[in-house]
Design a protein around this ligand. Sequence first.
Ligand code: SF4
Ligand code: SF4
Length: 435
Amino acid sequence: MSFVPIKFAGSDIPTVEDLRNCIHCGFCLPSCPTYIATGHELESPRGRLHLIDSVRSGRVDINDRLLGHLDLCLQCRACETACPSGVPYGRIMEDARASIMANPKSLQPRQWRLRTFLLRYVITQPIILRFAIFPLRIYSKIKLQNLFRNHISKWVPKRIADLEALIPEISSKSFRRRGILASPEKISARVALIMGCVQGEMFPQTHEATIGVLEELGCEVIAPPSQVCCGALHLHAGDMQKSRELAKKNIEVFEEYQVDAILVNAAGCGSTLKEYGHLLREDNKWAKRATVFSNQVQDILEFVASLMQNSNLQKNLSTLSINVTLQDSCHLAHAQGIREAPREILNQIPGLNLHEMRNPDRCCGSAGIYSLVQSEMSNEILATKMEDILTTDSSIICTANPGCTLQLQSGVRQSELDAEVLHVIDLLYRSLSQK
Ligand code: SF4
Ligand code: SF4
């Protein structure tokens, strides 16, 4: 690729205040999956912060090598958890990417342009997304998947086989219901549900489980029909403009409903929805409304864990005598600081043995579309994760995010492990519905 000098531009340039929090102590290095894999300073949080600071202060122009270091970051935010100085690494990286994209003179790498196009014109358009997923649905349904995996995969290049391994066994139906999804006789709370873009297409059963559990807890559940994609993938890719546009639309839609909480069952979406206040902080018309919206958002697991103790739900759980391990989704553990809720829920299920893996909060290599655009590093990280999972002897791997589920399903297939990958809420609902 040719050298293209690029400076940061636009209104989202990483701030000196955020950057100067870094005291270069290096405590974050052992928690960073890309530093662990490579041992290179420039593939570590501290190294990347140094690069961003150098561009910001004008000491360095952006070039392809520098972009490569930024692109290899998973944006898993494990470094934020490890940092004693409170460096908001996720925000700095999002701002850096946005400031590269905002430079009108820049020729962004082809990969960035393709990513922006896909995120803008496929992921946010339900009909186009459904159309794009349709061939995969057929591929699953007519068992071509089995044929490829059992016979053809040995004869094609490894990259093709690796990409194919990411294709989940997609259920024949997507989740399309909107409006009032549950209305129990005795209502304890009124909640609105974020339907997401991928969850309903790939994992409709997780929406069914979410609604079933909430109904058991006495919640009236509403899915506003006009809601749109949360904009998380756009934000991580630096497309702030689209992310803000989607955030405003969602705020407008959810303001029409008087609810006790806005719930989401995808941790990656939840972390962005909770940050709408920050995303729109400079916009006089939207800043306050965005903060009100964000304050209402809760991950389904934190909401359920908080209600479970004082409900009848526990009494209605049936025994599941299984070994389960839990992968902390990065955007639940590191971005939202939620670690106890999934464990509390799993520990309530009679007979269930929660067997913790080594480093449960280390990224599995999924990271949105990272597994597609950085497949080599993603697979290396996944291989380490599968080694950790294997030692737990679990038949079920729990997560809290569709991207992690897809990635771990791929890991299960590649390591020929006899295990299921489920959202925590799926497993809770299984225990509930077996009564
Ligand atoms: S976000 Fe994750 S991959 Fe990126 S620097 Fe931090 S720990 Fe490393
Ligand atoms: S980001 Fe935090 S942990 Fe990492 S070097 Fe800077 S101050 Fe230390």
